[in-house]
Design a protein around this ligand. Structure first.
Ligand code: SF4
Length: 99
């Protein structure tokens, strides 16, 4: 059972938007053009307030037969976070720790 851990703003989930077609503009490396460097090596969405539905928990929740809480959603998706953090060699201080 995974333990819920807050998003560390590593940005790994925004680094492969080229794989979803032309939904979002992306840089040559496949990462979203709206992803920018934040403090302490974090990655920040520069249009966070206006980000498209596909980037929002609420959007995914509308696709489910039985809606789940944001905490449960994040708990379920954290397994993917681990893989993405490995793939993109995210700095250790931004990696999820409870696994
Ligand atoms: S719009 Fe923002 S949240 Fe969505 S992929 Fe780009 S940087 Fe990430």
């Amino acid at each position: 059972m995974f333990k819920y851990e807050s998003c560390t703003k590593c940005g790994a989930c925004c680094k492969m938007v080229n794989l979803i077609g032309d939904v979002l503009p992306y840089k040559e490396d496949g990462s979203c053009k709206f992803l920018i460097e934040g403090a302490n090596q974090t990655q920040i969405c520069s249009i966070f307030e206006f980000r498209p539905n596909i980037c929002r928990y609420g959007f995914f929740n509308t696709l489910l037969d039985t809606p789940i809480s944001q905490e449960n959603y994040l708990t379920l998706t954290q397994k993917q976070c681990i893989g993405f953090q490995e793939k993109f060699n995210i700095p250790q201080h931004l990696r999820l720790k409870n696994f």
